[in-house]
Design a protein around this ligand. Structure first.
Ligand code: HPA
Length: 276
């Protein structure tokens, strides 16, 4: 009976299923946020597996998220790429949101690049900026590691003091500089959503040290750290956060900005991947 399977057994079944279609073991995982899934079009020798075909995988429901796993070659590396991710606001528990990260680990990755669209809280940011995530604040009220700890997946109390690898961040900065791509840096705060924040919430988030806010990433990054995966995170600042400009927020604006930033973002990721 499925309900009685442990997380590790589910991860094994999903990874075994995916591995049957693969010729090469992936080294790097990529999770692409709203509107950024276009990177998948740049993989060669790609194997595409719809989420619905993978045992125990949830199915993503948001516009702009395709819902498929792609494995292929990008800039000389074998990558596994999630086109579309699972958000807790869709109703998935944090352990489901984090499940694909654990499956990627079982497939062999030890580095993960996560990207997202985020609202800019730091007043010096502008829509269209790319922000290297230096750290996060998890305000979702959820954690994917709640429940009995399965030791084969990681330790009970994982360290989060280098959650976004210092090594990979410094690499990203030098690659961005080489390529002439401006990269901001800051703290990402993860909230549950799906309503955008109120202006009062944004003032609070700024006061606690956040530079950008979004509804994804933190659960995935916690699971990645638990699994011993090195993480690099990049946010596309898709809009200024609530109350900062005299205009309402919309998913439309988020999609329009990511569309505009796409080519710069792609250029950065493609330059980064061979160095990871
Ligand atoms: N708030 C929360 N999540 C977001 C935002 C925002 O302003 N923009 C893109 N994702």
């Amino acid at each position: 009976m499925q309900q009685q399977l442990s997380q590790s057994a589910k991860i094994r079944e999903a990874a075994d299923y995916i591995r049957r279609s693969l010729r090469k073991q992936p080294q790097i995982g990529l999770i692409l946020g709203s509107g950024l899934g276009v990177l998948g079009d740049h993989l060669t020798e790609a194997v595409v597996i719809p989420y619905r075909d993978i045992p125990h995988f949830p199915i993503s429901t948001v516009e702009g998220h395709a819902g498929e796993l792609m494995i292929g070659e990008l800039a000389g590396r074998t990558v596994v790429l999630m086109r579309g991710r699972f958000h807790m606001y869709e109703g998935y528990g944090p352990e489901l949101t984090a499940f694909p990260v654990r499956v990627m680990k079982a497939l062999g990755i030890d580095r993960l690049l996560v990207t997202n669209a985020a609202g800019g809280i730091n007043a010096s940011f502008a829509p269209g900026d790319l922000m290297l995530i230096s750290d996060h604040i998890n305000l979702t009220g959820r954690n994917p590691l709640v429940g009995p700890n399965e030791e084969e997946l990681g330790v009970r109390f994982p360290d989060m003091s280098d959650a976004y690898s210092r090594r990979l961040r410094s690499l990203a900065k030098s690659v961005a500089a080489e390529q002439g791509i401006e990269l901001r840096e800051g703290v990402y705060v993860g909230v549950l959503g799906p309503s955008y924040e109120t202006p009062a919430e944004i003032r609070m988030l700024r006061a606690i040290g956040a530079d950008a806010v979004g509804m994804s990433t933190v659960a995935e990054v916690i699971a990645a750290n638990h699994a011993g995966i090195e993480v690099l995170g990049i946010s596309c600042i898709s809009n200024m956060a609530a109350g900062m400009l005299d205009q309402p927020l919309s998913h439309q604006e988020v999609m329009e900005t990511t569309e505009r930033v796409k080519s710069r973002f792609l250029h950065l990721v493609k330059s980064l991947v061979p160095q990871l």
